[in-house]
Design a binder for this molecule. Sequence first.
Ligand code: NDP
Length: 400
Amino acid sequence: MNKKGLLIIGAGGVSTVATLKCAMNIDTFENITLASRTLSKCVKIKKMIKEKIDVDIDVAIVDADDTNDIIKIIKKTNCKVVLNVALPYQDLTIMDACSATNTHYIDTANYEHPDEAKFEYKEQWARNDDFKNNNLTALLGSGFDPGVTGVFVKYIEQNYLDSIEYIDIMDCNAGDHGYPFATNFNPEINLREVSANGRYWEEGEWITTKPLEIRVDHDYPEVGVKPSYLLYHEELESLSKNIKGLKRIRFFMTFGDAYIQHMNCLENVGMLGIEPVEHKGQMITPIEFLATLLPDPASLGPRTHGKTNIGCICEGIKDGVRKKYYIYNICDHQECYKETTAQAVSYTTGVPAMIGSKLVYNGTWDLRGAVNVEEFDSTPFVNEMMTQGLPWKVMEMDIE
Ligand code: NDP
């Protein structure tokens, strides 16, 4: 493959971190082009990188809803790898452009149709042969969750347990941005996820719950006890398939009372709707209008204080004995901001997006087809985390 360089698509909060971290690893990526819908956002990131670490990147405009437009820019840059940090709506167009141009693909979120609040891997996995037959990798879900959570589970399976029976993924954001209501990443994607029914997997069955119906109060190291609500999350789909011997997997995320009150109120008045409605002769989609009103997640960096603690509780058997571990990372919003101008939610997604891109780019992760992170050896990924800003720990827990 006589191609070189990295093309990053999307210039929002996650991209701010991912692009800076890729530039910090320019020896691997050789050259970087950042392309998005709004050129000024790419230019802003380019300037920030030049000021912080004196590395030059190229910028360009692309309409990532248009496969041909993406093909044009891939051909122009002759890049070897595309990192997709635009929105989940663009996963398929970007994947198709990559397989058509012999280019590896990485993303952080699974495909979601704009007209249906539902995300699943089906259509991305259906492209497995397009990548495999061309000796290409499509690395699916290389953010934090999905992403690091899958790598953590694999690491525990490789190093601590002979078989994992129960997994609870715990996502705690104890940051405070001072706004009555804001989302930490793209508001439309975030609110569609949280207001949907909950779902978890047990003994081969999917069990559906009402939105935020199941709550546990969990004690997060260095953060304290936080109300955590069961949500459906995309890595449940791949981990329930890929971790053999699993009996149950669930996902919990923390929300403060104010967030839930605002979300319920917005839902009750129809502001989370994804169907267009007519307003004074114009068609508008309520959730898109709401996203316009809410603070831009990329602007939360300077205002957000506190920590995130995200990890996986894995319970299973080692040498015939039942054991339980929590493997986790802690990030401090202000430290992330100082390093990258972005808050910890963008940071914890952008760093693993860079690591996944790096491992595919340099050939360390070389499985071909449309593959999820837990299908690879976890060792090089967790080692990179230690040195690229996401140190992690493993803690043994009591068996109740
Ligand atoms: P933002 O909304 O901040 O940024 C999205 C970027 O994509 C914007 O620059 C936007 O352009 C660009 N974009 C959107 N549509 C197009 C298009 N058609 N063509 C070109 N560019 C486009 O989102 P985030 O940075 O918060 O999130 C980025 C991704 O990361 C999302 O897919 C999100 O789901 C995922 N994510 C994953 C997490 C994980 O842990 N796995 C956690 C958090 C987020 P414009 O500025 O012009 O609108």
